[in-house]
Design a protein around this ligand. Structure first.
Ligand SMILES: Cc1ncc(COP(=O)(O)O)c(C=O)c1O
Length: 454
């Protein structure tokens, strides 16, 4: 497609978008008076304007203007249960009637930890309230166990908004440094350079870049944190054998490995990438869909890593850790919602979505391909598979934005920041929901297709 035509499509779709949501626009104006930036998280600021929602049920959400959407945004990957799932709503309301907070353990916490141990193969668990807290504890723990300060992180991975991991999350070409030696680039203001310098950056799917750093800093690297399938740069999968080799390499240098499965943990399958790839890390972090839509996180570890917590070597603390409301919802999520039958159903919907969208790509000559992993999927607007962040950086994000607008105006809510994010199929979606996604994509593909392609 010619550049001006793509910009014109975006402008037309943004106009339709705004026309459909006058009440959202008014609320955005009022909100700006009391909410910084008019939203509750900076990622809710989306072009052309934030979408204000009134409620959700099943696979659907409604905006404040009364428009109904098939919800594949899934609250940035946290709504594997869909909305108002009876098992989650029941667990929450029963617990709410018996007290919502004690800061003492409740029996549900043991049941949840036992279920996670079975799914992920790591024996001991603790809880927190967000993905950020979980990865912060994991980084602290790797440092505390080894007595070393340096950590290794992958360029383009996101692990939350604490200092040690807000490094090289989405650097521009000009800041990223050489391809074979990526720079440690702060990803936010307010992060001291002294802390950024303790986070060393490597390339996904590139063992040599890890080996080089381990050799350059002998005995100084505490461990590495990685999204075992990258999901903050579309979806980038590990090459066969990469994760197993990574673990061996780190262990040879007495460094630890954390899989950040905050996004992937429950969504790619019942035991996350860990189980699918059969590589057990020293630590795992979970959050997002774990609590069925309630804020909760978990950190799992081996006897050695969590033994360090048990013996008081590292104090893993938090007033709301293991909160009874969160534990009740999580128990229902694990035992009644994210069941083998639910994963079977999601797999059928995954195949339907991938095949239907790929057909529309082929029929319209779009330069794009579909990548899926369990309940998650996205369209990557490039001819070649993307294997690391640098490949992702080169993809034109205007295609994803135009696609997002077409879906939204056609009644399907995908996550904004479409180049970065993925759809999430919940346990409550059905074939008709997926067909709507495919139909909208076909309309977009015809508009962006070969008639106007250069
Ligand atoms: C892989 C990964 N880790 C950690 C986080 C941080 O989670 P939270 O937003 O719950 O703090 C995110 C959030 O998107 C994530 O994608």
């Amino acid at each position: 497609m010619t550049e001006p035509r793509l910009d014109q499509i975006i402008a037309e779709q943004e106009e339709i978008f705004v026309r459909r949501q006058p009440r959202s626009a008014r609320l955005a104006g009022q909100a700006a008076e009391y909410l910084a930036g008019g939203v509750t998280s900076s990622w809710q600021i989306t072009a052309p304007q934030p979408v204000w929602l009134s409620h959700g049920r099943g696979s659907r959400v409604w905006d404040v203007d009364g428009n109904q959407y098939v919800d594949l945004h899934g609250g940035y990957g946290a709504a594997l249960a869909g909305h108002a799932h009876p098992a989650i709503a029941g667990a929450i309301s029963r617990q709410a009637g018996s007290g919502t907070h004690f800061a003492q353990p409740t029996p549900d916490a043991v049941a949840v930890a036992a279920e996670l141990a079975g799914r992920f193969g790591l024996p001991r668990w603790r809880f927190a309230n967000s993905g950020t807290e979980a990865t912060m504890d994991a980084v602290h723990l790797m440092r505390s166990i080894t007595g070393r300060d340096l950590i290794i992180k992958v360029e383009g991975c996101y692990h939350g908004h604490h200092d040690s991991v807000q490094v090289s999350v989405a650097p521009g070409e000009e800041d990223a440094g050489p391809r074979d030696k990526p720079a440690s680039t702060p990803s936010s203001t307010g992060i001291p350079r002294a802390i950024t310098d303790l986070t060393l950056i490597v390339t996904f799917n590139d063992l040599d870049s890890v080996a080089r750093l381990l050799d350059e800093h002998p005995g100084r690297v505490a461990g590495m944190i990685i999204e075992p399938v990258m999901m903050n740069a579309g979806i980038i999968t590990p090459a066969p054998g990469y994760l197993a080799a990574l673990k061996n390499l780190l262990h040879e240098h007495r460094a630890l490995l954390t899989f950040d499965e905050v996004k992937t943990g429950l969504t790619v399958g019942p035991g996350g990438v860990t189980r699918a790839e059969n590589v057990q890390p020293d630590l795992i972090t979970l959050a997002k869909s774990l609590g069925g839509g309630v804020s909760v996180a978990a950190i799992g570890g081996t006897g050695q890593t969590m033994g360090h917590v048990a013996s008081g070597g590292y104090e893993m603390v938090g007033t709301f850790n293991g909160n009874p409301l969160a534990m009740a919802a999580t128990r229902a999520m694990l035992t009644e919602v994210a069941t083998p039958q639910a994963y079977g159903r999601i797999e059928r919907l995954r195949q339907r979505a991938a095949a239907g969208i790929q057909d529309a790509i082929n029929n319209n000559g779009l330069t794009a391909h579909v990548v899926t992993a369990g309940a998650k999927g996205c369209v990557v607007f490039s001819a070649e598979p993307v294997t690391s962040y640098r490949g992702f950086l080169g993809v034109d994000d205007r295609y994803s934005h135009a696609h997002w607008l077409y879906q939204h105006n056609g009644g399907v809510f995908l996550p904004p920041w479409g180049k970065i994010e993925q759809w999430l199929i919940s346990v409550q979606h059905d074939e008709a929901d997926i067909d709507r996604l495919i139909e909208n994509f076909a309309v977009f593909a015809r508009a962006a297709g070969p008639g106007t392609r250069r």
